[in-house]
Write a protein that binds this ligand. Structure first.
Ligand code: PMM
Length: 281
């Protein structure tokens, strides 16, 4: 894996996520999938127990804990060669996940949902990803409007980073994310992807989560499992504009694409022995 970018493999332990819901509800199946994502090149495995797809209903804390903790414990017990991230907005879930071995809190509410979250991340010294979202998942896709989407997202992310630092989180532990698909129409997602360098200028690593999302379906006419090539295109373009973290379901094709993109941009590459990567690539 190239040090110029990090892939975050998506591991949703939910019955209703938009593209992989219900596939990894059994802890053993989820752990096997997490190990496979790491083998394919994910530097981070993002374990989530609450779907944030448009229209999704919130999940109770006890249920979210029941879904994610055994999977994180299982990944650790199996010696997974990746950082474990917990995709949650609840401090109690993040706390249990950190106790089980997670060291990154991926909070799609950017610490706005739970007043204890920022202090927890500061106190435990873990990494965090702070994402822009307009509204909440249940209602966010109802006619999203912006005057200047890139400027508004940039200002929001700068403010959330300042909030995190004021709460005692080290700047080096902060990743920012424009929240592709979270309260955004197709043109908003495209503007954010096309002008990522304006978010990079805030001064933190930028994560993008375009994987299989509906705007790619709107452009290509393909269902969720037919959006791999479209996902790859967004990751390559975002990388070229300075994004460093990519949250994806299909790790192997994105890993190949970014290896070639990074080699092309820099003129430097690592020669891989033929046949040394996963057969699925
Ligand atoms: N997207 C989803 C869930 N969590 N977290 C971050 N940081 N960024 C995202 O874009 C993001 C996320 C929704 O996708 P999924 O249902 O496939 O997990």
């Amino acid at each position: 894996m190239d040090a110029r970018y990090r892939l975050m493999g998506v591991l949703n332990v939910t019955p209703d996520s938009f593209s992989d819901g219900g596939r990894f509800l059994e802890p053993a199946a989820a752990v096997a999938q997490g190990l496979e994502l790491a083998r394919e090149g994910a530097a981070i495995i993002d374990v989530g127990g609450e779907s944030t797809r448009p229209g999704a209903e919130p999940v109770g804390e006890a249920e979210e804990l029941r879904r994610v903790v055994p999977v994180i414990e299982g990944l650790r017990a199996a010696g997974v060669d990746a950082q474990i991230s917990i995709d949650t907005s609840k401090a109690a879930v993040a706390r249990a996940a950190i106790d089980a071995g997670a060291s990154l809190v991926n909070d799609v509410s950017a610490f706005r949902h739970d007043p204890e979250m920022a202090a927890l991340v500061a106190e435990r010294g873990v990494d965090c990803c702070l994402m822009h979202m307009r509204g909440e998942p249940r209602t966010m896709q109802v006619e999203p409007r912006y005057d200047d989407v890139v400027g508004e997202v940039r200002d929001f992310l700068s403010q959330r980073a300042e909030f995190a630092i004021a709460a005692g989180i080290e700047p080096a532990r902060i990743i920012l994310d424009p929240g592709i698909g979270f309260g955004k129409a197709v043109e908003h997602n495209l503007a954010l992807l096309g002008r990522i360098e304006e978010l990079v200028a805030i001064g933190f690593p930028i994560l993008v989560g375009t994987s299989r999302k509906s705007f790619l379906g709107r452009i290509t006419g393909r269902p969720t499992d037919g959006r791999v090539a479209a996902t790859v295109a967004t990751c390559v373009m975002a990388f070229e504009r300075g994004a460093t973290h990519f949250r994806v379901h299909d790790v192997a094709p994105v890993a190949d694409a970014l290896a070639v993109a990074a080699a092309t941009v820099s003129g430097r590459w690592m020669t891989m022995p033929m046949g040394s990567t996963s057969p699925r690539t």
